[in-house]
Design a protein. Structure first.
Length: 251
C-alpha cells in the first residue's frame, strides 16, 4: 500500500531570492536587463501535516529553462492521519492491529527540468517539468498475528525496505509574492515506474507446521494489485518479497 499518496491538495513552496525586474511598457521604452535569480531554496509547507520535511533547490538557467532538485525526508513515525485511516478500515481487527503498530520512514530525491511556457519566463508562469523520483521506504514494525494451534495467537514483526524508481511529468505554475517570496503550485504530476522490496522477521519461538501454514496464508492474502509477491515461511521466521509497478501523483 502506498501510504504517502493522499490528501495533498497543492504544494506550496517559498523561496528567498530576488526575482527579475520587468521591462517597462511603452513603444519607445528601452527594455531593462533581466537578471535570472541565481538560486531559489523552497520549503514544502503542505508536507508537514504528513510528517514529512521537504526542500527544493531551483536554478534558473535562462528565460525558458531551469533545473530543480527536491529532497524529502520522513523520520520513523506512525501513519499520517492514522485515525482517519482506521475509521475507513472499520472493524477488521487484523487490519486495525497492523495499522495501529505500523511505523514508516521514507526518503526521496526528485531531479527535474522545468520549461516555462510564459514569455516572461525566468522562473515565473506556467511550466512543464519532466522529472525522476528515487524513493526508499523503511518499516521496522509490521506486526502480524497467527494462530498457535491451541486457541491463542502469536506475533511476528517484519522489518525491511522498499525502493522505487519512477518518472513523470509535472504541470505547475510559479509566480512572485513580493520581492523575495515566490509561490510554486504543483497542479498535477503523475509518475510511474517500478519498485522492489523485502520484509522479514524472526519468530520468538520455533513455529509448528500448523502455525507456519496460518502465517503463510495471512501473508499470501495481502492484496497488492499487479505486484509479484514471494512468501517464505519457515520454523524460524518469515519473509515477504515484492516486485512490481509503482505509481504516484505530485499534486
Amino acid at each position: 500500500m502506498n501510504f504517502r499518496q493522499y490528501l495533498i491538495p497543492a504544494l506550496v513552496l517559498f523561496s528567498c531570492s530576488q526575482l527579475p525586474a520587468q521591462s517597462p511598457d511603452g513603444e519607445n521604452a528601452r527594455p531593462a536587463r533581466r537578471t535570472p535569480p541565481a538560486n531559489m531554496i523552497k520549503v514544502n509547507l503542505t508536507s508537514l501535516p504528513l510528517k514529512q520535511f521537504a526542500l527544493q533547490y531551483e536554478r534558473v538557467l535562462n528565460r525558458k529553462f531551469s533545473f530543480a532538485l527536491g529532497v524529502r525526508v520522513m523520520p520513523a513515525t506512525t501513519l499520517p492521519f492514522k485515525q482517519a485511516i482506521l475509521d475507513a478500515v472499520g472493524d477488521d481487527p487484523d487490519t486495525r492491529n497492523v495499522l495501529e503498530t505500523f511505523q514508516l520512514s521514507n526518503t526521496a530525491i526528485t531531479p527535474e527540468f522545468r520549461f516555462y511556457l510564459s514569455k516572461r519566463g525566468y522562473g515565473r508562469g506556467f511550466y512543464l517539468a519532466p522529472f525522476a523520483r528515487f524513493a526508499s521506504y523503511k518499516t521496522s514494525l509490521l506486526e502480524f498475528k497467527y494462530d498457535d494451534g491451541n486457541g491463542g495467537q502469536e506475533t511476528i514483526n517484519l522489518a525491511g525496505k522498499l525502493t522505487s524508481t519512477t518518472g513523470g511529468l509535472l504541470l505547475g505554475a510559479q509566480w512572485p509574492v513580493g520581492k523575495r517570496v515566490v509561490l510554486d503550485w504543483w497542479i498535477l504530476g503523475p509518475h510511474y515506474g517500478s519498485a522492489t522490496g523485502k520484509f522479514s522477521g524472526i519468530s520468538s519461538q520455533t513455529m509448528t507446521p500448523a502455525e507456519q501454514d496460518d502465517l503463510r496464508t495471512q501473508l499470501n492474502d495481502i492484496d497488492i494489485p499487479f505486484t509479484n509477491k514471494t512468501v517464505v515461511v519457515t520454523a524460524d521466521g518469515a519473509s515477504l518479497e515484492l516486485d512490481g509497478p509503482w505509481a504516484g501523483i505530485r499534486a
